[in-house]
Each structure stands twice: as C-alpha cells, then as structure tokens.
Design a protein around this ligand. Structure first.
Ligand code: SF4
Length: 409
C-alpha cells in the first residue's frame, strides 16, 4: 500500500498511458479528461517554458489534439468541494466536534488511516475534487449527452501517483467500475504529447469545454499549500456573515477574500483567524514530517479547529508526478520552483472576477437542479465517502442566496 500512496512517486509509478491511448483510439468510446489546478502552471516547464508559466490554453489545445472528446477543469469540482467542506466544517464546529481535517490529499488520508486511526472520524468526509468530478461524470454526464454510460471513459491528469491509488479505492465507484477510469501524472501527459509529435510551445491557446462550466479563483489555489484552507475560509466567512446578519447581509461589507497569513512555504503554520465573532484556530502543514508535528501538537493539547495537510512539499505544485523540480538548472532550488508555481496559481486567482466557491454559477445550478443543499442525501451519496456528521444550523443558509460578495464589487 505504501508504494501506491507514496506522495513523491519515488518508489514506482504505475503507468496508464497505454490504456489511455487505447481508449482514445476506440471510435465507440467518448473520453472525458479533467485536469487538476496545478497542471496549468507546471506542464510548460517540460517544454522549455519558464517555471510557473501559465499554459492553461496550450494544455487544453494539447489534450484536444491527443483526441480527448471533452477537456474539463477539475477546478470546478474544487469549488464544489469547498462548498460541501465549508458547511461540513461549520456544522461540526458548532457542535464542538473539532479538529476537522481536510481530505483532498490521498497520501494524508493514508497516513491517518495507517498511523493515527483514532483521528479517522476527524477527517472530512468530502471526496477530493478529482473524485467528486468523477462521480458527477459517471452519474450525470452521459445523461446530458445521450450516451450509453458504459461508453464514457473518465481520465484525470493529476500531480501525483497517489491519485492513481485514490481512484482505485472502493468508495470511488460502484463496485464494478471506478468513477475515474485512468489517472495520468503530469509527466505521463508530457510523454503522450511528445509521442504524438505535438509542438507544445507553438500550440494556440484554447478554452476548456463547458460541460461543468467555469471555476472561481478559489478553485485554482487548491494546488498550493494553504489553498484549500483559504478557499474554505472564504465561503465559511460568507456563511457566518449571512448567519449573523440575515436581513442586512446584502448591504454588509463583503467578507474577506484573501487570508495571506496562511500562504507560503513555512512547513507548519498555526494561526487564529477571526471570522465575525468566531476565533477559529487553524493549522496548515505540508510534507509528512509536518503532518506528524500537527498530530503531536494535538496530542500535546493544542486547540486546533481546522487543519489542512498536503503530503507533498509546497502542496500539489510540488507533487511527485510533476516535472522534476529544477531539471538541469542547478542555480535554482526546489523551493524557488515551488514558489514560482504557487505564485502563478495565486495570480490566476487574483485576476478572476469570481473568487468565492459558492459564487460559482455552475455550482449554484447544480444545487438548484440536482443536489438541493450542501450535505443533502444526494450530496452525501455522490460527493462524500461515509460517516457524514454535520448536523449544525448552518446548512440552513443556502449557497443559492444572493451574497453580494462578488470580488471586485
Ligand atoms: Fe498528491 Fe497533492 Fe497530496 Fe502530493 S499534496 S500526494 S500531489 S494530492
């Protein structure tokens, strides 16, 4: 198991390139690909572009030329994850059942399951964005397209080998087929682009398909350490503001959009975040050594309400399936590279008109037309693993309500 969940991919990398080529060559299949937020700021390095170059448009163009039928951004599902996670956190916080751990890094999940099983109930039951995306694709995509479900093949381009292991876990499928059929690492995608003879740096910029719509800036920052926490605090802050001022909320100043104190490369950050009347104790850790320090802090009696752990140094921008940090450029350290990649994600976020996940129009439509509310029975079935525990009052405030907190307003 540890081979499959190795966060840095140092031990082995089970290749799926041949399987994906076969699916793409089969004229009877419809192949959907999703790409994790970090891929757009790491892929270009493998083709001689500057570290942290934003190649979102060329990434999409390359995937189309490889033959994928739909090219979609996982970032949309990151927004969905945040809405579910924010409401789950608030429900547990209200009931005094913290600490609450983020759950989108499969190597962190495995660490807790193997070494700290008493904390399993503290893990969010939210599936990762990749897994939520896979579940929605399997359950609904074929209906919207009028396709036989067995003919839809779901592929994900991810920053790490641990995502291959995550996709194969039994909770992410119906027992006969996983929700995500194949996971490619960034490096495997590089090899496919080279095998196809595509001149990546000369590709035009193209846009993602819109089956699941656009993502907000909050969805993009998932790829950097602290990003999941910051995105969740944005929506948490909105829900708390809404709860405190149910009548005058629209006229109230928008809740904070940036939490810069939890960004950066410090291995373990402990902070108090003031959200309205609430003083929320948060911890952000990256790297397995710092994950252990968080657990030690809890064991020593430290009060922490909300904990984000990403197993790779720097988060997914430093994932084991990314282009090798530094390559032949010995003048830069791996830290420089991770900085550049993370800065590029924060830059994408800062230029988005929508920066709160609950403002994502497609997420709102999904709740309106299919899911109902965060934590609804269908949301639990599709978007959570098991053991959902949030019963607080906050789910009463719907993400469908007008919030008036669109960034830039
Ligand atoms: Fe994978 Fe990101 Fe976790 Fe690393 S931090 S193991 S890249 S999900």
């Amino acid at each position: 198991q540890c081979v499959l969940s190795c966060p840095v991919g140092a031990l082995t990398e089970k290749e799926t390139i041949d399987d994906v080529w076969k699916a793409l060559a089969d004229p009877t299949t419809h192949v959907v690909v999703q790409t994790a937020p970090s891929i757009q700021v790491t892929l270009g390095e493998a083709f001689g572009m500057p570290v942290g170059a934003k190649v979102t448009g060329k990434l999409v163009a390359a995937l189309r030329r490889l033959g994928f039928d739909q090219v979609l951004a996982t970032d949309f599902a990151a927004d969905l994850t945040i809405v579910e996670e924010a409401y789950e956190f608030l429900g547990r916080y209200e009931e005094g059942r913290t600490p609450f751990f983020t759950s989108c890094c499969p190597a962190w999940i495995k660490l807790v399951e193997h070494y700290y099983p008493k904390y399993i109930p503290n893990l969010s039951t939210c599936k990762s964005p990749m897994a939520m995306f896979g579940a929605l694709t399997r359950a609904h995509y074929h209906k919207e397209r009028g396709l036989p479900p067995e003919k839809v093949v779901s592929v994900a381009v991810m920053p790490c080998t641990a995502k291959k292991y995550e996709a194969a876990r039994p909770e992410h499928g119906d027992g006969t087929r996983p929700d995500v059929d194949y996971v490619l690492t960034t490096r495997e995608l590089v090899r496919m682009i080279r095998e196809a003879g595509i001149d990546f740096s000369r590709l035009p910029d193209e846009s993602f398909d819109s089956a699941f719509g656009e993502a907000t800036g909050a969805g993009a920052i998932f790829g950097a350490t602290g990003g999941v926490m910051e995105a969740t605090l944005r929506t948490t802050s909105w829900v708390l503001s809404r709860a405190a001022n149910p009548l005058s909320f629209v006229d109230a100043p928008p809740p904070p959009v940036e939490f810069r104190e939890i960004r950066g490369e410090t291995g373990l950050k402990l902070h108090h975040v003031k959200l309205g009347d609430h003083d929320i104790h948060v911890a952000v850790a990256h790297g397995t050594g710092n994950a252990r320090r968080v657990i030690e802090a809890l064991e020593a009696g430290e009060k922490i309400d909300f904990i984000e752990v990403m197993a790779c140094p720097g988060g997914c921008v430093g994932g084991g399936g990314q282009p090798i940090l530094g390559g032949r450029d010995h003048k830069k350290t791996s830290l420089d590279y991770r900085h550049n990649r993370a800065d590029a994600l924060y830059d994408i976020d800062s230029h988005k008109s929508l920066r709160y996940s609950h403002e994502n129009p497609t997420v709102r439509r999904l709740y309106r037309e299919i899911l109902g509310q965060p934590g609804s029975e269908l949301a639990k079935k599709l978007l959570h693993t098991h053991g959902y525990q949030s019963k607080g009052k906050y789910p009463g405030y719907s993400p469908l309500e007008s919030s008036g907190c669109i960034a830039g307003k």
